[in-house]
Ligand binder design. Structure first.
Ligand SMILES: Nc1ncnc2c1ncn2[C@@H]1O[C@H](COP(=O)(O)OP(=O)(O)OP(=O)(O)O)[C@@H](O)[C@H]1O
Length: 302
């Protein structure tokens, strides 16, 4: 059942539409990703969901509540980790958790939450002394402290090292497994592919696709990627003309060829190479990733 319903939301700044008729629904218990290039309107969209910006047109409902008109009830329903959040540098982790839990009628158990987020060993540490990963874990704790049904996480893992990012992914999965619906804004394809049950791809203020990661990849123009380093150069036009090929390019100093297409394209590449007596080093045939889909979708729309 849908817990978030966004219908025809529009927002313009200085007459320039930055969110242009966005509609989507998020089911309870999902991790729903919002993916798109810089300036696509992702943050504006989720801030309309959070009630931090007021749409010029359209409606937002979260568990039936209007984020602006039903503000008081709404704050108990939704927890948000904001992009570029800062706290007072001298505030300790313990003080931040105490302060934020005082805002809510039924706050989560602070000690259990700190333990779950690996903050229990840092309770007396000041905000300014925390590492990037520890700050992010504190922001997640503050987003969860009101025991929300929905949590919004905006570019949560930007700036984290690969290990901290993976630890954060695990935390997000645990949050979802605890029954909380997660709305996640991200730039990272791997993150979206690994975590999200469904993804809305947004470009220039409009949604260009909504599907599961597998559904998006399956519907891509070229779901198969063939890459190899030929012993002799191959003409781009010849590769592009192969059956099912949607793109062909030579990448890197070694002249590595990357062709995107279908299984039929893979067979045609092999036939072409055999006919020309060209050896293909490190021939790889892989499924397209979400990054290929993202580039296809956002290029198509431009
Ligand atoms: N308060 C504002 N006043 C004027 N323009 C704004 C305001 N907020 C956002 N914009 C503009 O709206 C557009 C969409 O911004 P938004 O932050 O929603 O994009 P985004 O997809 O989240 O981008 P990013 O990935 O870079 O964070 C951008 O061109 C931005 O400059």
């Amino acid at each position: 059942m849908a817990i978030i319903e966004v219908r025809g939301v529009r927002k313009a700044y200085g007459g320039r539409p930055v969110v242009d008729g966005v509609s989507f629904t998020v089911d309870e218990g999902e991790i729903f990703g919002i993916l798109g290039p810089n300036g696509a309107g992702k943050t504006t969209t989720v801030e309309c969901v959070e009630g931090l910006r007021i749409p010029d047109a359209g409606t937002v409902r979260v568990a039936g509540l209007d984020p602006v008109a039903d503000r008081q009830e709404f704050t108990h329903l939704l927890g948000a980790q904001l992009q570029e959040t800062e706290l007072q540098p001298k505030l300790t982790v313990r003080e931040a958790l105490e302060l934020y839990s005082a805002f809510y009628r039924h706050p989560a158990d602070r000690h259990a939450l700190a333990g779950r987020l690996g903050l229990d060993g840092h309770l007396d540490r000041r905000f300014a002394q925390l590492s990037g990963g520890q700050k992010q874990r504190l922001f997640i704790a503050l987003a969860l402290i009101g025991n929300p049904r929905v949590v919004v996480l905006d570019e949560l893992t930007t700036g984290l090292d690969p290990r901290a990012r993976r630890d954060t992914w695990q935390l997000i999965e645990e949050i979802r497994d605890g029954g909380v619906t997660v709305l996640l804004v991200t730039h990272f394809m791997e993150e979206a592919q690994r975590l999200c049950d469904r993804i809305a791809v947004i470009d220039k203020g409009r949604i260009v696709a909504v599907d599961t990661p597998g559904g998006l990849i399956g519907a891509a123009a070229g779901p198969t990627v063939i890459s190899f380093t030929p012993s002799e150069p191959l003409a781009y036009a010849e590769l592009r003309a192969l059956p099912g090929a949607v793109s062909a390019e030579v990448t890197g100093p070694g002249g590595r060829v990357v062709v995107q297409g279908t299984d039929e394209t893979a067979n045609a590449v092999i036939t072409l190479l055999a006919r020309r007596h060209i050896t293909a080093r490190q021939l790889r045939v892989t499924e397209a990733g979400l990054d290929d889909v993202f580039l296809d979708l956002t290029e198509q729309a431009s």
